[in-house]
Design a binder for this molecule. Structure first.
Ligand code: ZN
Length: 274
């Protein structure tokens, strides 16, 4: 059975897209030996991180957080539509997909290989800043990885252009409030969901390597477009999650992907839920 977490009157279900092979070579700001030890040892730096998506059903809406990688990255990914069906939800029944950001492992699964939508009845919900950044024309000095992801974003969003909901800071939509946490991407967003008797936050890619970056939030990854800003955002969000005792769901947090951030001296640790 898929893992789930209850916060107040809200139940959040975890749905895997698969696992992503990555490497400690991408870690910035930590000695390799320490990074290796924190993740429990690796084979020459290679390690696997989960790609988690989340399902929330409330007020007659069926809401997904992020859409997985589709067939575009690694053969171990792209399982979200099948796992959704296994959880009893047909992809046509999804009414909204709330995006933390528009990177490939979160957004390429919006469409199939032919560019057709996997979720033909869903509205895409994203922060205005994230939409603006990836949908604007390339600048002459933009790095290739930005240009490449803009081209792919055009494919991912094409069938949804008529039902794109851009949310601004402070706005409440479907009970969600965006908390901009830029750095990884300019509009990377954590989504806060008020629940009776608690709060829940989908924190996207605030951490990629949960075994490293929760206890050592100064450690960045080359995936971050602006690593200094990403570090600041990570510290702010971890602090907020611990202070407000928010239930957390992280896109790359190790299984079950849910839990609570707690303070441990000047640092943080993670208390898995369940
Ligand atoms: Zn990611």
């Amino acid at each position: 059975m898929a893992p789930s977490m209850r916060v107040g009157d809200v139940e959040v279900q975890g749905l895997a897209d698969g696992i992503l092979k990555t490497s400690l070579d991408l870690v910035i700001g930590m000695e390799r030996a320490e990074a290796d030890k924190l993740v429990g040892g690796t084979d020459n730096g290679s390690l696997y991180i989960p790609v988690n998506n989340f399902l929330i059903r409330r007020a007659g809406k069926t809401i997904l957080i992020d859409a997985g990688a589709g067939n575009t990255m690694q053969p171990t990914l792209g399982r979200l539509p099948a796992n959704l069906r296994a959880a009893g939800v047909d992809p046509t029944a999804v009414t909204h997909i709330v995006m933390t950001h528009l990177h490939p492992d979160h957004a390429n699964g919006l469409v199939d290989d032919a560019g057709k939508p996997h979720y033909p009845n869903a509205e895409i919900v994203l922060h205005q800043t994230e939409a603006d950044f990836w949908m604007k024309p390339d600048g002459a000095n933009d790095p290739d990885r930005v240009k490449g992801n803009r081209a792919r974003t055009a494919i991912n969003l094409k069938p949804y252009l008529g039902r794109l909901r851009r949310v601004r800071d402070g706005e409440d939509y479907l009970g969600f409030t965006p908390v901009l946490a830029p750095g990884h991407t300019p509009g990377h967003t954590c989504w806060l969901l008020a629940a009776r008797g608690g709060g829940f936050m989908a924190f996207g890619d605030v951490v990629h390597l949960s075994a490293i970056q929760i206890s050592h939030p100064d450690t960045a990854l080359t995936y971050d477009l602006d690593k200094d800003q990403a570090i600041k955002s990570r510290k702010r969000i971890l602090d907020m999650a611990a202070t407000e005792r928010l239930g957390i769901a992280g896109a790359h947090v190790n299984a079950p992907g849910f839990g609570y951030v707690v303070r441990k001296g000047p640092r943080f640790s993670f208390e898995p839920a369940g």
